[in-house]
Write a protein that binds this ligand. Structure first.
Ligand code: IDP
Ligand code: MG
Length: 136
């Protein structure tokens, strides 16, 4: 079975009508979208998803932001997709993210407590398995 990862289009991406553009980039890179759903996640799911960040100053703003609207939840597959999607997403801070990446091309700093950076991608095989089980 090909490697799989969890990708989220965060509420800022959905609100800014960038869902199509982001899905296009995933497919254009050559990855396969195996499953897709859309809903507004609750605090409980988000607290589990972001458990590693509990206690950090941006944790509460992150949960508030992520539960502020619909998220597009994607199961994507392909050789190297975990690292490959992180590469096409760019680094967390959209000001620093390289041009050519999703966050670098489409994101910016909005001067709020949490970085609104359009997408999430699992950062390891262990995280991908855990996160896919949480969201699907
Ligand atoms: P990642 O999404 O690139 O994996 P993480 O470090 O896992 O980044 O952080 C999760 C999310 O929390 C980020 O995508 C971003 O939305 C937010 N975030 C992370 N670090 C900061 C920070 O220092 N200030 C504000 N928001 C942050
Ligand atoms: Mg992360």
């Amino acid at each position: 079975m090909a490697e799989q990862t969890l990708i989220l289009i965060k509420p800022d991406g959905v609100k800014r009508r960038l869902t199509g553009e982001i899905l296009r980039r995933i497919e254009a890179k050559g990855y396969q979208i195996l499953d897709l759903r859309m809903f507004t996640p609750g605090r409980e799911l988000l607290a589990q998803h972001y458990a590693e960040h509990e206690g950090k100053p941006f944790f509460e703003p992150l949960l508030e932001f992520m539960s502020s609207g619909s998220v597009v939840v994607v199961r994507a597959a392909g050789e190297g997709v975990i690292e490959g999607f992180r590469n096409i997403a760019g680094v967390s801070n959209p000001t620093e993210a390289a041009a050519g990446t999703i966050r670098g091309d489409l994101g910016r700093d909005w001067g709020v407590k949490v970085q609104q950076n359009l997408v999430h991608g699992s950062d390891s095989a262990v995280a991908a398995e855990r996160e896919l089980a949480l969201w699907f």
